[in-house]
Design a binder for this molecule. Structure first.
Ligand SMILES: [Zn+2]
Length: 95
């Protein structure tokens, strides 16, 4: 069975690096870790920043919908859950 990649490129807007982990390229993924951000959420921080207060990055609804359907949960549940802690680094809390 051929492996079909849904996200060959970095999920971060403005970045054309190859997707590596959590849909981010290695550079963006390390940057997210460096700032203590969840890599999956960092994908929604545009490389060149937001254009204005109303600018927003579109969520990958197709992928979220497929994931929710595959696990028989709602899209809201997919968005709400935290990624499993892989234990490689202590998770920092931002208050
Ligand atoms: Zn990137």
């Amino acid at each position: 069975m051929p492996i079909v990649s849904m996200a060959p490129y970095c999920a971060r807007r403005g970045c054309s690096g190859p997707a590596w982990q959590d849909d981010l390229c290695p550079a963006c993924w390390r940057l997210a870790r460096m700032f203590g951000k969840d890599p999956k959420m960092f994908a929604f921080v545009p490389l060149h920043g937001y254009a204005d207060d109303r600018d927003a990055v579109e969520l990958p609804w197709d992928r979220l919908g497929q994931e929710a359907e595959a696990r028989d949960i709602s899209v809201a549940d997919v968005l709400a859950e935290r990624p499993p802690d892989d234990g490689t680094e202590p998770r920092r809390r931002t208050l």
